[in-house]
Design a binder for this molecule. Structure first.
Ligand SMILES: Nc1ncnc2c1ncn2[C@@H]1O[C@H](COP(=O)(O)OP(=O)(O)OP(=O)(O)O)[C@@H](O)[C@H]1O
Ligand SMILES: [Mg+2]
Length: 230
């Protein structure tokens, strides 16, 4: 269980705090999402959790133990928005090896299977993959270390709907064995996959209530119970 307790973050160059007091409990197998307007601090929140920055106040704990930045970088796999723009490898195998230098071909095959890329050649150039395959490859890079926490920044951005559904199904399966936190500006897409949603505004999280305009009420995002003890 990942726990955020009263996270406060106010970088010196920002006029207002980006995060005022953010608390969250994220259990394995129960993915959650954070929605919010552009500039509300979604990416910043992932960077703090993932150990790329340190909060100015509050705590980040894993199974009750407080973690420093280095421990969080080890614990978490963070996939940035449009990860395919940052591919460096000449082929799929090389891209995976950049993530972890000493990597046997067994592990490469295993992780490609895990993300549903078993059928592609490890010699294939990453830029020749489809949009959905590229997202899967970016996930595979993070999965190599088998992180207990997966942090995904806008995982559906820029994907067309057929590919998007594929990626959502993959996230649902990866969430079964990991703590998974998605930040997105399109929370309605995650209905059916993620049941607990939050809205980040002015540095605070509030439960995300189902959007009135959502045409599928049966599978709408549920809010966390007010006294939610998970
Ligand atoms: N280190 C920093 N120094 C100054 N300002 C910062 C720093 N980190 C974040 N911010 C500010 O925090 C705010 C939130 O940025 P962030 O990128 O987290 O938003 P976001 O919700 O991810 O937006 P988007 O939906 O556009 O991706 C921005 O105004 C940004 O300038
Ligand atoms: Mg962002």
């Amino acid at each position: 269980m990942l726990e955020l307790r009263n996270l406060h973050y106010h970088p010196a160059t920002a006029r207002e705090p980006v995060l005022r007091s953010v608390s969250l409990q994220l259990a394995v197998g129960e993915p959650q999402l954070v929605a919010g307007r552009s500039g509300s601090g979604k990416t910043t929140l992932l960077e703090l959790i993932g150990g790329l920055a340190d909060p100015d106040g509050g705590e980040i704990l894993w199974n009750g133990e407080r973690l420093d930045g280095r421990q969080r970088r080890w614990l978490c796999g963070l996939v940035f928005q449009f990860p395919e723009r940052h591919f460096l490898g000449l082929n799929v195998a090389q891209e995976l090896r950049l993530g972890q230098r000493r990597l046997g071909s067994d592990r490469v095959d295993q992780v490609l299977r895990q993300v549903g890329l078993a059928a592609i050649s490890p010699q294939q150039a990453p830029e020749r993959l489809s949009g959905g395959q590229q997202r899967r490859l970016a996930l595979a890079v993070q999965l190599l270390r088998d992180p207990k926490v997966l942090l995904l920044d806008e995982p559906t951005a820029g994907l067309d709907w057929t590919v998007r559904d594929e990626v959502l199904q993959l996230l649902a399966s990866l969430a079964q064995e990991r703590a998974l936190l998605v930040v997105t500006h399109e929370p309605e897409l995650f209905e059916g996959v993620i049941k607990t949603g939050w809205f980040l505004e002015q540095g605070l999280l509030r439960p995300l209530t189902p959007l009135p305009a959502t045409p599928r009420p049966a599978a709408s995002i549920r809010t966390m119970p007010a006294e939610g003890g998970r």
